[in-house]
Write a protein that binds this ligand. Structure first.
Ligand SMILES: Cc1cc2nc3c(=O)[nH]c(=O)nc-3n(C[C@H](O)[C@H](O)[C@H](O)COP(=O)(O)OP(=O)(O)OC[C@H]3O[C@@H](n4cnc5c(N)ncnc54)[C@H](O)[C@@H]3O)c2cc1C
Length: 446
C-alpha cells in the first residue's frame, strides 16, 4: 500500500511519521520550497489529545525531542481588563509530569522541524498540487503544477484551509469568514519586558477583553535552552544530550518571547487591514490600545513591527458525511476552525493518529482500505465538526460585544460574573477540570 499526503503541515507530517514508523510507504508533497518557509503564527498549544497523537506516530526518541523542545507549559488561565486588572484567574495546578498526557506549549517552527526529522526521503518540497485523477485500476494520481505526477492507493489532503483537494473532491464544503480579524506580534522576553506583566501572566495564558469587542491574548514562551542551543542553568538536565544531537535545533526559534494576538470585528477595523504591512499593523494596534494600561502599551511599543501579521479568521461550514473513496482529508483541509478553543492543530494531530491506526489495520489484512477510510472519516467528522461549531461560538464578529452600547453593557456584565467566580475556588476547580476534559485529558489512547 502506498499513501500520498498533500501538505507538510502539522497533520500531514504527523501522519507521514506514523506511516513510516509502521512500514507503510508514504510520499509527502509540499508547495513550500524549504523546510523553514511559510509558517504563520509563532506558538501552538498542544493538548493531551495532540500529545497522545504525536506519541503514537513519532519514533520514541523524536517524541522525547518534541517534549524537550517545548516551552514551559502554562499553569494559569487569566482574564484581565485592558487596565490590567485581574477579572479571573484559574490555576490548573503544577504542570503535569506525565510526558504524554499533558498540556504543552511549542513554537510552530520548532514543531515543524521535529516533525520533519527523519522524513528527508519522504517529503518533497516545491511541489504544488494541482489536481488528482483516477486510473482504470482505481488507483489515484496526484498532478503537480510542474507537470509531474505520482500514483498511490490513497490520497490524503493535508493541504490546509484552502485545500485544492477539497475544492475538487467536495466542492460544496465551503469556508466562511468569522467576521473577526487578528493581528499577531512578538517581542523578546527579557528582564525588562518580564516586569511589564503580572507574575501569573508570565506563567500562564492571558486574555484581555476591552471595550469595542477588542481582545488580546498573551502567551509567554520560556525555553529550556538559550539561543546558542545551550541549556540554561538549572533547567533542562537530562535533555542536554538529546538536544545536542538533534539536527533540527539549527532551524528553530530558540529565544524566549512574549507573543500577543490582538483581535477585533472586521467592520470596526480599517477596510484594508488584511493587506497592511507589519509596520502599518503595528501602528494600528498601538492606536487601538492607546487607552490601555501603560504596561500593555509598552509591550506593543517594544514589539518589532516586522513580526506583525494579519489573520482573517475563517471557519468551515460542516457538511454531512460523503461517500467514501480512496481520497480523504485531514486537519484544516476539512475542518478549519477559529482559534477560539485552540484545538485546530490538536484536531489535525488526532486525525493523523486515527487514520494511521486504521491504515495499520489494512496493512495487517484486518480491513479493506475503503472500510478503514470510512471508519476514520466517521469519527473525524463527528469530533472535527463539533470543534468547528464550538470554536465558532467562541469567536464571531456578529457577537453583540463588538457593538458600541450593548457591547459595553455586556462586557460589564461578563466582568461582574467572572469576578464573582474568581472568589469561588470550588467553581474555579470545576472550570479547570472541564477545560482539561475538553482538551482530551484522560481520553482513549490511539
Ligand atoms: C494564529 C494561530 C494560532 C493558532 N493556535 C493554535 C493552538 O494554540 N492550538 C491548536 O491546536 N491550533 C492552533 N491553531 C490552528 C492550527 O495552526 C491549524 O489548525 C493547524 O496548523 C492545521 O494543520 P494542518 O496540517 O491541517 O494544516 P497546515 O499546518 O496549515 O498545513 C498545510 C500545508 O499544506 C501546504 N499546502 C497548501 N496547499 C498546497 C498545495 N496546493 N500543494 C502542496 N502543498 C500545499 C501548506 O504549505 C502547508 O504546509 C492556530 C492557528 C493560527 C492561525
Amino acid at each position: 500500500m502506498k499513501v500520498i499526503v498533500i501538505g507538510a503541515g502539522t497533520g500531514g507530517l504527523c501522519l507521514a511519521q506514523g506511516l513510516k514508523r509502521s512500514g507503510i510507504e508514504v510520499a509527502v508533497y509540499e508547495r513550500d520550497r524549504t523546510r523553514s518557509d511559510g509558517l504563520q503564527g509563532y506558538r501552538v498549544g498542544i493538548d493531551p489529545d495532540g500529545s497522545r497523537a504525536l506519541h503514537a506516530c513519532l519514533p520514541k526518541e523524536l517524541y522525547d525531542t518534541f517534549v524537550a523542545t517545548c516551552a514551559r507549559a502554562p499553569r494559569y488561565g487569566n482574564i484581565y481588563t485592558e487596565r490590567l486588572k485581574e477579572v479571573l484567574s484559574v490555576d490548573s495546578g503544577p504542570v503535569s509530569a506525565d510526558p504524554v498526557d499533558s498540556e504543552k506549549s511549542v513554537s510552530r517552527m520548532t514543531m515543524r522541524q521535529v516533525l520533519l526529522t527523519g522524513l528527508e526521503d519522504e517529503v518533497r518540497f516545491g511541489k504544488v498540487f494541482a489536481r488528482y485523477s483516477h486510473g482504470a485500476d482505481g488507483r489515484v494520481t496526484a498532478h503537480f503544477e510542474d507537470g509531474t505526477t505520482d500514483t498511490a492507493d490513497l490520497l490524503v489532503a493535508a493541504d490546509g484551509s484552502n485545500s485544492r483537494v477539497r475544492r475538487q473532491y467536495l466542492p460544496h464544503a465551503g469556508l466562511e469568514d468569522s467576521g473577526l480579524v487578528g493581528v499577531t506580534g512578538k517581542l523578546p522576553l527579557t528582564g525588562e519586558t518580564r516586569t511589564l506583566l503580572p507574575p501569573k501572566a508570565i506563567e500562564g495564558v492571558s486574555m484581555i477583553f476591552a471595550p469595542g469587542g477588542y481582545s488580546c491574548i498573551l502567551h509567554v514562551m520560556e525555553f529550556k535552552w538559550d539561543q546558542r542551543g545551550e541549556l540554561k542553568n538549572g533547567i533542562g538536565g537530562d535533555d542536554a544530550e538529546l538536544l545536542a544531537a538533534w539536527p533540527g535545533l539549527t532551524f528553530d526559534n530558540t529565544r524566549d518571547y512574549i507573543m500577543w494576538g490582538f483581535a477585533g470585528a472586521r467592520r470596526n477595523l480599517p477596510s484594508e487591514v488584511l493587506s497592511m504591512s507589519g509596520p502599518q499593523l503595528h501602528r494600528m494596534v498601538r492606536e487601538l490600545t492607546g487607552r490601555w494600561h501603560p504596561n500593555l502599551r509598552e509591550l506593543v511599543a517594544k514589539t518589532d513591527p516586522t513580526t506583525c501579521f494579519p489573520l482573517n479568521i475563517r471557519t468551515s461550514v460542516p457538511i454531512p458525511q460523503w461517500d467514501t473513496t480512496n481520497v480523504t482529508l485531514l486537519g484544516d483541509a476539512i475542518h478549519t476552525m477559529t482559534p477560539g478553543r485552540g484545538v485546530g492543530a490538536n484536531t489535525a494531530l488526532r486525525d493523523a493518529a486515527i487514520l494511521r491506526r486504521e491504515l495499520v489495520a489494512v496493512r495487517d489484512g484486518e480491513k479493506p482500505l475503503l472500510a478503514a477510510v470510512r471508519a476514520y472519516e466517521t469519527r473525524m467528522i463527528d469530533y472535527g465538526f463539533d470543534a468547528v461549531v464550538k470554536s465558532r461560538r467562541q469567536m464571531s464578529g456578529d457577537d453583540p460585544l463588538h457593538r458600541p452600547v450593548i457591547g459595553r453593557i455586556m462586557l460589564a456584565g461578563m466582568r461582574t460574573a467572572m469576578r464573582a467566580v474568581n472568589h469561588l475556588p470550588p467553581l474555579k476547580r470545576r472550570m479547570a477540570k472541564a477545560q482539561a476534559s475538553y482538551r482530551g485529558a484522560g481520553r482513549d489512547d490511539f
